[in-house]
Design a protein around this ligand. Structure first.
Ligand code: SAH
Ligand code: SF4
Ligand code: F3S
Length: 433
C-alpha cells in the first residue's frame, strides 16, 4: 500500500507510564488499519486523547485538549476520540458533554479498537470486563527504553485514589507472553526494559501457577543481550526478600526501588487506607539498603490530605531525612470521584495551606535530590547514553541518575563508564573514562 492511502493519527498522552505504554499499543493496533502516527495534531485525520484522572488537573487537561480539537473540526474533517482513565470513569457523559467527540473507549478495551473504528455512529464503548489482548504491532515511542506492562489494575483502594475504579482489579499478563515480548524488545535493539504495573509486586497472584515478580525478573535477567531491567511501582509491604535478593544477585536489574510512602504520619496513613505504618516502611527501606549498594529509593507523597495537621505534615518532611530518600514525586491532595476521601469535605485543608505545604515538600525534594547526587561525585558509574543535544551527551546510571557526559567517541546506545566530576540538584556531570 502506498503512503497516500494512509491516514494520520495523533495521540496526546496524559498520565503515567501505563498510559504511555497503552498509547504505543493503540498506535500499533491502528497501524494495521492504515493509520500512521503523526507528531502534530494539525496533520491528523484522527486525534485521540489518552487521559489520566489521578488529579482534577489531569482530567481538566483532557477537556481542554478536546476543546482545541473541537475548534479544528469546525474547519475540516477530523475524527476525535477520548480514551484512558477519564473515559473509563465518565463513559457516555463525555458524548453528551462534547458533541464533537466521535468515540469514547475505556482502559479495558483498547483491543476492541478494530471494530470501534469501523463504526460511523458516535459511540461509547467502555467495558467493565477486560477485552482479551490481540496480536498487534506495538509502535514504541522511544528507541532505547521500552515499557513492558506485566500487571494492570489495583486491589488496594487507598481512600484518595481513583485507579481501582479506572483500571479495575489486578490482572497479570501470562509470563510466556511477557517473556516473548521481552525477547522481541531485545531483538529490536532496545537497551532498557521497564516492567510496569500499578503494583508490580502483586504480579502473578491471580495466575494459576503463581509466578512472582522475582521469578519473572530472574527469567528476563537470563535472556541474552546487553540491556537493563527496571520495574515500577512497588507497594511497600509487597516487597519480598526474594525480590531484594533477586535485584542484588542479578546482572541486569537496576538498583532502584520506587516505593510511594504517601505520608510520614501513621494516623494519616491509616486514613489513607495504606496497609503499613512508618515503622514498617523503615524496616523495608533498611532491608533494601543493607542488601544493595548504591540503591536509589524514591517515593510519592501527598500534601494536604483531608484532616492532615501541620504536625503530621512535618512528619512527612522528617521521613525524607530518616529514610534518606533520593527523590519523590509530590502532589497536593485532589478529591477524586468515587473515592471515600472525596466525601470528607469537612476535613479538607484550605487551598492556600495545601499549596504552601506542597511548596515546602518540593523544597525538601530538591534538598534530598542534591544530597543524593553529591554521594556520587568522584565515583565512576556506568551510564547508558540516551540522547545528545548540541554535541553534548546525556544518559542515565543504573540507579537512574541523569548524567551529562563529555568525552570522545560517545554514541547513543553505548554503555560507558563515566567519572562524576560534579553534582547539581537534578543531574550529575562527568567525563567518559
Ligand atoms: N500504585 C502506586 C501509585 C499510583 S498513583 C502506589 O500505590 O503508590 C501515583 C501517585 O499519585 C500516588 O502515589 C499518589 O501519590 C498520587 N495520587 C493519587 N491519588 C491522588 C489524589 N487524589 N490527590 C493527589 N495525589 C494523588
Ligand atoms: Fe492508587 Fe493505592 Fe492502588 Fe496505588 S495502591 S494505585 S495509590 S489505590
Ligand atoms: Fe493516571 Fe490512570 Fe495512570 S489515573 S496515573 S493514567 S492509571
Amino acid at each position: 500500500m502506498s503512503n497516500c492511502c494512509f491516514k494520520n493519527v495523533y495521540i496526546e498522552t496524559l498520565g503515567c507510564q501505563m498510559n504511555k505504554s497503552d498509547t504505543e499499543r493503540i498506535y500499533g493496533i491502528l497501524s494495521h488499519f492504515g493509520y500512521c502516527p503523526c507528531e502534530n495534531e494539525n496533520e491528523a485525520d484522527f486525534c485521540i486523547v489518552n487521559t489520566c484522572s489521578i488529579r482534577k488537573l489531569s482530567e481538566d487537561k483532557a477537556y481542554s485538549k478536546l476543546g482545541v480539537w473541537g475548534k479544528i473540526k469546525k474547519e475540516r474533517a477530523l475524527k476525535i476520540a477520548i480514551c484512558g482513565c477519564v473515559a473509563q470513569q465518565e463513559g457516555k457523559n463525555l458524548l453528551k458533554r462534547f458533541p464533537y467527540v466521535d468515540l469514547v473507549f475505556g482502559t479495558q478495551n483498547i483491543y476492541e479498537l478494530p471494530e470501534l473504528i469501523k463504526c460511523n455512529d458516535r459511540i461509547c464503548a467502555v467495558r467493565e470486563k477486560p477485552v482479551a489482548e490481540g496480536n498487534y504491532n506495538i509502535i514504541r515511542s522511544k528507541t532505547l527504553n521500552a515499557w513492558l506492562p506485566i500487571i494492570e489494575g489495583c486491589n488496594n483502594f487507598c481512600s484518595y485514589c481513583v485507579v481501582p475504579y479506572t483500571r479495575g482489579r489486578e490482572r497479570s499478563r501470562e509470563p510466556e507472553r511477557i517473556i516473548a515480548e521481552a525477547k522481541s524488545i531485545i531483538k529490536e535493539g532496545f537497551k532498557e526494559i521497564t516492567l510496569l504495573g500499578q503494583n508490580v509486586d502483586s504480579y502473578g497472584k491471580d495466575l494459576p501457577k503463581k509466578p512472582t515478580l522475582a521469578s519473572l525478573l530472574k527469567e528476563i535477567d537470563l535472556l541474552e543481550g546487553n540491556f537493563r531491567i527496571r520495574f515500577t511501582t512497588s507497594y511497600p509491604t509487597d516487597i519480598t526478600d526474594e525480590l531484594i535478593q533477586t535485584v542484588k544477585n542479578s546482572k541486569k536489574i537496576c538498583e532502584c526501588f520506587h516505593i510511594p510512602m504517601q505520608s510520614g504520619s501513621d494516623r494519616v496513613l491509616k486514613a489513607m487506607n495504606r496497609r503499613y505504618d512508618r515503622k514498617t516502611y523503615a524496616a523495608i527501606v533498611k532491608k533494601i539498603r543493607d542488601n544493595i549498594e548504591n540503591v536509589t529509593i524514591t517515593s510519592d507523597f501527598i500534601a494536604g490530605f483531608p484532616s492532615e495537621t501541620r504536625e503530621e505534615f512535618e512528619m512527612t518532611l522528617s521521613a525524607f531525612d530518616e529514610f534518606e530518600l533520593d527523590y519523590s514525586n509530590t502532589a497536593a491532595y485532589s478529591p477524586r470521584p468515587n473515592t471515600p476521601a472525596a466525601k470528607w469535605t469537612d476535613k479538607y485543608i484550605d487551598e492556600n495551606e495545601k499549596k504552601n505545604r506542597l511548596a515546602i515538600l518540593n523544597e525538601k525534594v530538591k534538598e534530598m535530590s542534591l544530597k543524593s547526587n553529591q554521594k556520587y561525585v568522584a565515583k565512576t558509574l556506568e551510564v547508558l547514553v540516551e540522547s545528545s543535544k548540541n554535541g553534548k551527551f546525556e544518559g542515565r546510571t543504573r540507579n537512574n541518575k541523569v548524567v551529562h557526559i563529555t568525552g570522545e567517541n560517545i554514541n547513543i546506545g553505548d554503555f560507558v563508564n563515566v567519572h562524576i566530576d560534579r553534582a547539581s540538584t537534578w543531574c550529575l556531570f562527568g567525563s567518559k573514562k
